[in-house]
Design a protein around this ligand. Structure first.
Ligand code: PSU
Ligand code: MN
Length: 306
């Protein structure tokens, strides 16, 4: 434990929240460094933190800096992550190396879950999780996010997953690994930019209290592993299905043609989609993260009251 704690550093705000046993919500940083362009990325990060505070919880954006896992970032650190071209995308595989070499690293969903669990934070808000990529039967490209969900006890609020992924295969994988996927007031897996995907869910929750209770029981049972809460993008910000699907197909084809693979695949596709939609996808992306922040904060508050 001692050996571990030397690598963790809390912001003043998060340290205080832990002492006061207030609800805390973790936020990832790859969405900032590799998921959105500057300066919208840093604006989004600051807004999302404020939304979490406005809904009664304390935000803890997580990143790697100065050989430490930072739990909670100062404004200048958020700016660095958003602006610098030298930020590593840190998945479970990369975590020890980026700490040891004192590089700046942005944490993916997988790594944010690891760090949140180390910090005793049970709830985490993001945009979309990684999953099984289209063509994975050839490439074996399956995001480390899925295996992390299988073993790390953090509830992740997202807007489902983008259809850059094979959503039915992603759901099969999560089922095999024993990860609950709970639709918030929906019976269908949302597909990030759209509220529907055609993929039916096994679980639906109507209230934040229900989700908090499921999290508690799962923890009490010692099952381990996380929960995905799938929260559809608000109607008014959703994109038309045919429009966004055709753009995603083009982006996937370009990635294939250019031989983009490994950790570069998701960032490549995300930026292609922003380019091709002339920013419409970015606007939707920001709105859905904000919407997830409201829900994640409310779940953390409800859990604290159990
Ligand atoms: N999906 C998005 N936006 C993102 C990501 C995924 O819509 O920013 C980021 C997250 O950090 C996620 C990571 O954990 O990409 C997954 O990368 P990979 O597919 O290489 O595992
Ligand atoms: Mn991958």
């Amino acid at each position: 434990m001692e050996a571990l704690q030397q690598y963790i550093e809390y912001s003043q705000e998060v340290k205080q929240a832990k002492e006061d046993k207030r609800p805390i919500v973790a936020l990832e940083s790859t969405i900032i460094s590799h998921g959105m362009p500057y300066p919208q990325n840093v604006e989004m990060a600051n807004n999302v933190e404020q939304i979490i505070r406005d809904n009664g919880a304390v935000p803890a954006t997580i990143a790697i800096m100065d050989g430490r896992i930072k739990i909670g970032l100062e404004k200048a650190q958020l700016e660095t992550l958003a602006k610098s071209k030298d930020v590593a995308k840190v998945s479970r595989r990369d975590l020890a190396e980026i700490i040891a070499t004192r590089k700046i690293g942005a944490t993916t969903v997988a790594t944010t879950m690891i760090c949140a669990e180390l910090a005793g934070i049970a709830f985490f808000v993001t945009g979309g999780i990684g999953g099984v990529h289209k063509g994975a039967e050839q490439t074996m490209d399956i995001s480390a996010d899925l295996d992390e969900l299988a073993k790390t006890e953090v509830t992740v609020v997202c807007a489902g997953a983008k259809s850059i992924l094979d959503l039915p295969k992603t759901m099969e994988y999560l089922e095999t690994k024993g990860v609950p996927v709970i639709g918030f007031q929906t019976t269908e897996l949302p597909a990030f930019f759209t509220r529907e995907s055609g993929v039916k869910l096994n679980s639906t929750a109507e209230s934040v209290e229900e989700i908090a209770k499921i999290h508690l029981v799962k923890q009490d049972l010692g099952l381990g592993g996380g929960i995905v809460v799938a929260n559809p993008i608000p109607h008014e910000h959703a994109l038309a299905k045919e429009y966004i699907e055709s753009i995603i197909d083009e982006a996937v084809a370009e990635a294939d043609a250019q031989g983009i693979q490994g950790k570069d695949s998701t960032p490549f596709l995300l930026s292609k989609i922003v380019e091709k939609t002339e920013g419409k996808s970015l606007e939707a992306n920001i709105k859905l993260v904000e919407n997830n922040a409201i829900l994640g904060a409310k779940i953390a508050v409800a859990f604290n009251q159990l």
